[in-house]
Design a protein around this ligand. Sequence first.
Ligand SMILES: C[S@@+](CC[C@H](N)C(=O)[O-])C[C@H]1O[C@@H](n2cnc3c(N)ncnc32)[C@H](O)[C@@H]1O
Length: 245
Amino acid sequence: MDSEEWVARQRRYWDSLSTAYDRMYDSAWSARENGLVAGRLAPLLPPGTACHVLELGCGTGLGYDLLARHTTAGIRYTGIDVSPGMLAAFARKHRAGEVTLVNAPVEEVPADRFADVDLVMALFTSASYVRLPLEALLRKILGWMRPKGGRLYLSFLNRTSLRLAPAWGFRPEIQYSSRRTRGAAAPALRYSRADLLRAARAHGLAARIVSLGPLTGMLEMPLAWSLNRLLADFTPGTHTIEMIA
Ligand SMILES: C[S@@+](CC[C@H](N)C(=O)[O-])C[C@H]1O[C@@H](n2cnc3c(N)ncnc32)[C@H](O)[C@@H]1O
């Protein structure tokens, strides 16, 4: 599949989910996951200071809402997304001018488009739909943080996902359908802990690799959350895998 087709398929798939997306994740389990992610993001931004946050695959705006609720930083926010439908849903929830939304695939955003970004984030597997070699994606992100240097939080689909193993084994490229969607799929790249550590090391980054917990996508029962939360810093077999640096 060439790059043009990859991007067209992303746009088509995520546009098709855009009006239902927030409802799909309106559950007690998702709310707990959001709290886990917010708790990891908040320490990446110094309290009370002005920060530029860049979100890749920002979707309908969950990441911005989490930061607005859980940090005291003065956030200037830019969200990038390939799907006009997802961005329209995001824009409907916020005042004009409150956030900057860019409709483009991350792959095509120029290396010199941003500078001095304080935090680059891609939440809930968004980084898996960017078709760049991992080291090239990190190079681009680190370039957007220069010269000052910032933090990153990137979420991917895990190559060792037990949930996806019956259909896809440990293949790096799969066709992925978000929860409760049938028939349609988007191409996605999966990574293992070793893949993420190798790419981070190539850029001299000391990265922490975590997950959303072993039960995500498998046994999402609120009663099981405490166990899931306890094990969320481990990654073997989990559905997602997150790099924090
Ligand atoms: C799983 S959703 C996550 C959305 C949001 N981060 C959240 O947590 O609710 C993935 C998002 O990535 C976007 N996306 C997919 N491929 C992309 C690409 N190559 N460049 C930019 N955005 C992309 C989709 O349109 C979608 O909004």
